[in-house]
Write a protein that binds this ligand. Structure first.
Ligand code: GAL
Length: 659
């Protein structure tokens, strides 16, 4: 069942107002709401005294109207009595300042008093709602790490960090060797001496820093697991999830996903942002478990609670296109944030489907129309999955290491991953976003942008993938660091050198706008040239062939890109960051054949395959009409008409074709 819904906060409305909301929701085609995730003070108004009477009638009324409920566990904000009852539960920042209550997410997930309270309220809720026929699932907490709160520097965390290190290293000398504490006299005799990497006069030890980031991420994973296990124990028929934040860089979502039935994420696309940005996050989230929902989908102007600004109005057709973009990329549910904008509180400006006055207007009408389309198309989409032959390794350890030490100003690991992703999409393909230990044999092509942290075992796995016929694409800074975040003592790209069939002779970070010209020497691009900047690597082949070479004097004729044949497969090593258009063309020659050529810029094609064939989504993510040529004639499931081969898509136009 394709889920379609809204986030709803009955605690913000009178009983009379709420009564008017439900028929309107029903008319809009909603079949699910998320509720409760900030209402701990309503669920447990006094310590240990639980109240559900305020919510139960709402769940019942919604259920009667055909609308199911996903409950949020309310642990992002404890009731006011918590602070006196459980002292020392507030987080501290890197300077030792307390993160004050008044907003949300300010409690430390390693504070035993807070953990105890969270378990209490979650257990009571799960007991109460386990058999409620209106409830179908749970969202644990809300957006872990939101507002910069993933990393806490309080005393509970210091203790928990030391315990985490003992489990990891067992012997303090192993830790000393891994971190390289010989540098700047940082050696430890005992675990109790190890500090958190609080604000310090110079950059932290990279090993210390990376382990702290891993520990901070693991803290969220552990917190989720506790609630997941509690709820699953009491509500075995409900799903349990958590709302991720797309490409949020602070939590290893691969690990977090071990403790959700499927992930969901919160999508607030920017009308003027890159149109592939939402798809990037859709595909990231889908890849963890093969399925996902959008749990918060933009339905009106956003509102910055800190700056006090009202964001842009989505233009007509945009909300509908964003909803279909989610489904096109595999979403099984789209839940709008929020039903009606709040009259009070920090998010007075953060709009929902309805405005402050509750009057249904243009946005409501668009959501209602989209709801009708969802009902119409849902049976065709049922049981299909996004067809993927390409994967991109997005590695959190590498992200954390290179975020702290990018190597050159202007380099951003996730930005680079996105550039590679966009080039894949521009060639028509969908792309799974995978971890270093994912099964590679499912893919024809694997991109591993700037995969810096590599050990022998990973190099071997990549080798096996290529040997069996896969194509691997590597880019600058690959294989230079050990898993402990030390530099390898081997020539770049470290353990990957035998696979690449080339080494890096010299790296040249470019400042002051410096660039170099490269010329392609092989393949369909032979003879083409382009300018590259930011960072270049002068390569030295030892078996690989030169695929592109530098042109500028000092390094003229030196390899910039190499290609190595290994077994039945190929490895490309890019010693440069290719400009957007060149990257698109380059990958066009590397990726599997795609049935459509010359897809206009900003038009997105995705395919979902099922037993009865393929459903092809064509989305016009641009502000202009777009003409394109389909590979034949198709039935458009939305209009019921036969279209193609020539089609013109209106601004924000969507086609859903049966192939
Ligand atoms: C999300 C959050 C919601 C709400 C929304 C609008 O990040 O999960 O609770 O705050 O943004 O600000």
């Amino acid at each position: 069942m394709l889920r379609y819904g809204a986030c709803y906060y009955p605690e913000h409305w009178t009983v009379e107002q709420a009564r008017q909301h439900i028929p309107l929701m029903q008319k809009a085609g909603l079949n699910v709401v998320r509720m409760g995730e900030f209402a701990w003070c309503k669920f447990e108004p006094d310590p240990g005294r639980y109240k559900f009477e305020w919510l139960d009638p709402v769940i019942d009324a919604l259920h009667k109207a055909g609308i199911s409920t996903v409950l949020g566990t309310p642990t992002a904000i404890p009731p006011q009595w918590a602070y006196a009852r459980q002292p020392n539960i507030l987080q501290k920042d890197a300077d030792g300042h307390v993160r004050n209550p008044g907003a949300r997410c300010h409690c430390c997930k390693n504070a035993p008093g807070y953990q105890f309270m969270c378990e209490g309220v979650v257990q009571e809720m799960a007991r109460h709602y386990g058999n409620n026929p209106g409830v179908i699932g749970w969202q644990v907490d809300n957006e872990f790490g939101c507002h910069g709160t993933t990393r806490c520097f309080c005393e509970h965390c210091e203790k928990a960090f030391r315990e985490w290190l003992i489990v990891k290293y067992a012997d303090i000398d192993v830790l000393n060797a891994a971190w390289g504490t010989a540098f700047w006299g940082f050696a430890f005799r005992q675990w109790a001496e190890i500090p958190l990497p609080r604000t310090m006069p110079a950059g932290p030890n990279p090993g210390h820093w990376l382990d702290f980031l891993r520990f901070s991420s693991d803290t969220q994973v552990k917190f989720l697991k506790t609630q997941y296990d509690l709820i699953k124990g009491l509500c075995p028929n409900h799903f349990v999830t958590h709302n991720y934040m797309g490409c949020f860089p602070e939590i290893d979502y691969h690990k977090l996903s071990q403790h959700v039935d499927f992930p969901v994420w919160d999508n607030y696309p920017d009308s003027y942002g890159d149109p592939f940005q939402p798809s990037y996050a859709h595909e990231i989230t889908r890849s963890f478990k093969g399925r996902f929902w959008v749990m918060e989908e933009k339905s009106g102007p956003t509102g910055d609670a800190e700056a006090g600004l009202l964001g842009e109005q989505p233009e007509p057709g945009e909300i509908r296109r964003w909803a279909w973009q989610a489904v096109a990329n595999g979403a099984e549910g789209v839940v709008y944030f929020r039903w009606r904008v709040c009259l009070f509180g920090a998010e007075q400006y953060w709009h929902g489907i309805l405005d402050h006055d509750g009057v249904p207007r243009r946005r409501y009408a668009e959501i209602r129309k989209t709801g009708e389309e969802f009902v119409k198309v849902a049976p065709e989409i049922e049981g299909t999955h996004v067809e993927v032959r390409v994967a991109l390794i997005r590695h959190f350890d590498t992200l954390w290491a290179l975020e702290r030490q990018p190597g050159v100003s202007g380099f951003e690991y996730d930005g680079h991953c996105f550039d590679m992703y966009r080039a894949v999409k521009q060639n028509g393909h969908n792309c799974d976003m995978i971890d270093v230990d994912s099964d590679l044999s499912r893919y024809r092509v694997v991109l591993a942008p700037s995969l810096a942290l590599v050990d022998e075992a990973l190099a071997k796995r990549l080798h096996a993938f290529v040997d069996a016929g896969g194509t691997l694409v590597l880019t600058p800074q690959s294989g230079v660091r050990t898993p402990a975040n030390a530099m390898w003592d081997r020539t770049r790209p470290g353990p990957l050198a035998p696979l690449v069939g080339a080494t890096v002779d010299e790296v040249r970070p470019y400042y002051h706008g410096q660039t170099n010209e490269i010329a392609f020497t092989q393949g369909g691009m032979a003879g083409q040239t382009c300018r590259v900047g930011m960072w270049v690597e002068i390569l030295h082949p030892s078996g690989a062939e030169t695929f592109a070479e530098y042109r500028d004097e000092a390094f003229a004729s030196k390899p910039a890109i190499t290609c190595n044949i290994v077994g039945k497969g190929k490895v490309y090593y890019l010693g440069v960051f290719l400009p957007e258009k060149v990257l698109k063309t380059f990958l066009g020659g590397v990726l599997p054949e795609f049935p459509m050529k010359d897809i206009p810029e900003g038009v997105e094609i995705t395919m979902r395959r099922g037993k009865q064939g393929r459903i092809v989504f064509v989305l016009n993510n641009t502000r202009e009409r777009q003409a394109l040529t389909l590979p034949g004639q198709f039935l458009d499931l939305l209009s019921g008409e036969t279209v193609g081969p020539q089609v013109v898509l209106a601004r924000n136009g969507v086609l859903i074709l049966k192939a």
